[in-house]
Design a protein around this ligand. Structure first.
Ligand code: ZN
Ligand code: ZN
Length: 368
C-alpha cells in the first residue's frame, strides 16, 4: 500500500533532517533545459496509440515537464510507466487516460530514479490506496540515498534550494530582454519554475511498494508484460518494460530520442545492455524523451555511445586535454550524429556533447 508521507517525514525516516543548501550544477540537470531554451506552450501530453491498448503519453518539450509515460490498458485497470516531474503532470496524463477508460490506475512502474520520472507517483497513489509502485531494488535504494544523483527524495530538497536563484535569474532575464518572443518564453519558463517550486514544497513522495532484481513476467489479465533487468546503463537500476505480443518496449532514459545523459550512467556497460535489449523482438520503442521510435533507433543510439567512448579513449591516449577533446570529438562525430540527435529544441547534440565527452573521460578513462 502506498502511504502518503510528506517529504519531511520521508527524510526524517531516512535520518536526513534537512538537505544542505545546494546549488545545482548545470551538469546535474538531467533531462531538463536551460532557462533560455525555447519551450512549448501547447498541451502537456499527447496520447499516441502504439498497439492495441498501449499508448505513449508523449510530452511536449516544456521547461520543467518533458518526460513521457507509457500507458498500458488491462482488464483489471491501467498500468502507467513513469510519472514525470510533478503530480500535476501525472494528473494531466490521467485526465487523458480517462477519455479512453474509466478503469483506475492499478500499477505505476518507474524505469529509474531520476526526478523527472517519478515525482508524480503520489498523484496515482492518492487516487488508489492499493496502488502498486514497481521499480528495481537499485532504483528503490537510489530514491532514498542522499547522493545517488539527479533524483530521489533528497534531490527534492536540492531542487527547492536551487529554485529561488533560478527564479531570480529568470526575472532579471525578462527585464533585460528586448526581443518580444524571447521575453514571452522567459515569462513562460518563470511561471513554470514558480508553480514547479510550489508543487515541490507540497510533495508527498510515493516510493516503490514492490521491487524486482531480475527479469520477471507480469500476467496482467489479458496481457503479458515482462520487466527486464538487463544491466547497468543510464543508471545502475534501469528497468525495461516489454510486451512480447504487442512488440512494444518502454525504455525510460536508457534509450531516448535526445542526446543521452551520462552523469549517473555507466557508458561501457550501457553499450552491452543495449545489445541485450536488441535481442528482444519489438517494433516500437516508447522512450523516456522524444517521439515513439522504430527499433532501428537502438542501433543509432548505441552507435553514438560506442563511437563516443572510442573517440575519447583515442584522444586521451594521444595526450589531448579535456577541452581539446570536447571540441575535436564534437566536430568529429557531428556528420554521423548531429542531425539525428538534434530533433527537438532540448538536449541537442551541441548542447550535450561537451558534457558527454567529460563524463566518458571521467568514467571510462580516469575511472572515477
Ligand atoms: Zn528523463
Ligand atoms: Zn534519467
Amino acid at each position: 500500500m502506498a502511504k502518503q508521507w510528506t517529504r519531511r517525514q520521508v527524510l526524517a525516516q531516512m535520518g536526513i533532517a534537512a538537505a544542505a543548501v545546494h546549488t545545482l550544477d548545470p551538469h546535474e540537470l538531467c533531462c531538463t533545459v536551460p532557462a533560455y531554451a525555447q519551450t512549448a506552450v501547447k498541451d502537456l501530453f499527447e496520447l499516441k496509440k502504439v498497439a492495441d491498448g498501449v499508448y505513449g503519453a508523449i510530452a511536449a518539450t516544456r521547461y520543467k515537464t518533458n518526460c513521457n509515460a507509457a500507458v498500458i490498458m488491462t482488464d483489471a485497470g491501467v498500468i502507467v510507466v513513469d510519472s514525470h516531474s510533478t503530480p500535476s503532470a501525472s494528473r494531466a496524463v490521467y485526465t487523458q487516460i480517462q477519455g479512453i477508460t474509466k478503469k483506475p490506475v492499478v500499477k505505476v512502474i518507474n524505469t529509474h530514479f531520476h526526478w523527472d520520472h517519478w515525482q508524480g507517483n503520489e498523484a496515482y497513489a492518492a487516487g488508489n490506496p492499493k496502488l502498486e509502485i514497481i521499480a528495481t531494488q537499485k532504483t528503490k535504494e537510489n530514491l532514498t540515498k542522499p547522493d545517488a544523483g539527479v533524483g530521489g527524495v533528497p534531490y527534492i530538497e536540492k531542487q527547492l534550494a536551487a529554485l529561488p536563484g533560478e527564479i531570480e535569474r529568470l526575472k532579471n532575464d525578462i527585464l533585460k530582454e528586448s526581443d518580444a518572443d524571447k521575453k514571452r518564453n522567459f515569462e513562460s519558463n518563470l511561471q513554470q519554475a514558480e508553480s514547479f517550486m510550489q508543487e515541490l514544497k507540497q510533495m508527498k513522495p510515493a516510493l516503490p511498494t514492490r521491487t524486482v532484481t531480475t527479469t520477471v513476467t507480469l500476467k496482467e489479465q489479458g496481457r503479458e508484460i515482462q520487466l527486464h533487468v538487463l544491466g547497468r546503463g543510464h543508471t545502475d537500476g534501469d528497468l525495461y518494460i516489454y510486451m512480447p505480443k504487442e512488440k512494444v518496449i518502454a525504455t525510460g532514459d536508457a534509450l531516448i530520442d535526445w542526446m543521452p545523459f551520462l552523469n549517473d550512467g555507466y557508458p561501457e556497460d550501457w553499450v552491452q545492455t543495449l545489445s541485450a535489449v536488441e535481442k528482444l523482438d519489438f517494433t516500437h520503442i516508447v522512450p523516456g524523451h522524444g517521439e515513439v521510435l522504430p527499433k532501428r533507433h537502438l542501433t543509432f543510439f548505441r552507435g553514438y555511445l560506442s563511437d563516443l567512448i572510442a573517440a575519447v579513449k583515442k584522444a586521451s591516449a594521444d595526450g589531448a586535454t579535456l577541452a581539446e577533446m570536447q571540441t575535436k570529438i564534437g566536430d568529429q562525430l557531428a556528420s554521423k550524429y548531429e542531425a539525428g540527435m538534434s530533433k527537438y529544441p532540448l538536449a541537442r547534440y551541441r548542447d550535450s556533447i561537451g558534457v558527454n565527452v567529460e563524463m566518458v573521460h571521467k568514467k571510462v578513462v580516469k575511472k572515477v
